[in-house]
Design a protein around this ligand. Structure first.
Ligand code: ADP
Ligand code: CKP
Ligand code: MG
Ligand code: MG
Length: 313
């Protein structure tokens, strides 16, 4: 039995060793990632236990994901090996055409991960956890994966959701809006993680105060509103917190949001206030963007403490 459970597709990441268009990249560095797996690692680095409900293929990459997850302390009991399909992968193009930004190129349609389904969601396991987490990615990859999230949310004691709208994974932005809004309307969300781009799509607003007001009407208790390089905000009832981002050398921003989300949710569940949880989330995301790989640098609570005390920019 674990504190937190996430549902989503773990993926093998091939990160360009050099920046620039993929056609000129000769070397790729392999990492294990996927938004919900990244989230789980952040939860664990902050000393709660976490399980991942997922499918991988019966292949080397699937074994790699399971072994890596175990090594990071993730409960892999409900990572199923699906013999019918392959483990999804993706490539990261870095620093082109926008410096310090990355683009993801997926090879995942029909993957084992996208075949996640309600039958993978064990009622007792879900009910034993304090919080169930998923993202807009899992809602996008297939109907069965979306239904798995719905089953888990139905049984959950409490929930967090990262909107993570990936236009490449949706047939249209309208479909993304309709699907994510229907989840928000149906379930109370303890912590919603989102940003102005996604909120524009969902609610046609970007102003953080307007966003919190509207999300609150939909049953969101706490809002983590990420502002990229500018930092992030967090809202809970009448508390509104902002923390500025740090100026660092950006190698690859992929995974920053997940490191922040997992850190924030883990600390929040441990009774920390939103300012503390936000500051630690910023520390985690700042470290993650300085390297290739989404989760290796996600700090423990103690290391984030050191970052916040000792790193000045
Ligand atoms: P996501 O990865 O989900 O798209 P963001 O891009 O908003 O989320 O990043 C999450 C956090 O990572 C930000 O709140 C900030 O702390 C940090 N971050 C992201 N990009 C930068 C950057 N270019 N410089 C400094 N910090 C950044
Ligand atoms: O929003 P983030 O940059 O934190 O998310 C990154 C992850 O799952 C990354 O690991 C990738 O595999 C993905 O999001 C995705 O499917 O886009
Ligand atoms: Mg994100
Ligand atoms: Mg990174």
């Amino acid at each position: 039995m674990v504190d937190v459970i996430a549902l989503g597709e773990p993926l093998v990441q091939f990160n360009s060793f050099t920046s620039g268009p993929l056609r000129f990249v000769n070397y790729f560095e392999k990492h294990i990632a996927g938004s919900e797996l990244n989230f789980c690692i952040a939860v664990i680095r902050n000393h709660l236990s976490c399980g991942l409900i997922a499918r991988v293929g019966n292949d080397e990459f699937g074994r790699n994901i399971i072994e890596y997850s175990r090594a990071q302390g993730i409960d892999t009991t409900y990572i199923k090996v699906d013999k019918e399909s392959f483990t999804g992968i993706y490539f990261i193009q870095r620093g082109y055409p926008i410096p310090m930004k990355s683009e993801l190129v997926y090879y995942r349609r029909g993957s084992a991960g996208s075949r996640l389904s309600p039958e993978d969601v064990d009622e007792k396991y879900i009910k034993s956890a304090r919080l169930i987490h998923s993202t807009g990615i899992t809602l996008a990859i297939s109907d069965s994966a979306k239904e798995a999230v719905i089953k888990a949310f139905e049984l959950a004691e409490s929930r967090s959701l990262d909107t993570n709208i990936r236009p490449k994974l949706w047939s249209s932005l309208e479909k993304a809006r309709e699907t994510i809004l229907s989840i928000l309307k149906k379930y109370d969300i303890e912590v919603l993680i989102t940003d102005p781009d996604d909120t524009k799509i969902l609610l046609d607003v970007t102003d953080p105060d307007d966003a919190y007001r509207k999300y609150k009407e939909l049953g969101v208790k706490v809002l983590l509103y990420k502002l990229g390089a500018k930092g992030a905000m967090a809202y809970k009832d009448s508390v509104k917190a902002f923390k500025e981002g740090y100026k660092v050398q950006v190698e690859d921003p992929t995974g920053a949001g997940d490191a922040m989300a997992g850190t924030f949710v883990s600390l929040y569940l441990q009774g920390k206030d939103v300012e503390y949880s936000l500051a630690h989330g910023i520390a985690a995301s700042t470290l993650v963007i300085t390297v290739r790989g989404d989760n290796e640098l996600t700090p423990t609570t103690e290391d984030a403490e050191r970052f916040l005390n000792e790193f000045k920019t």
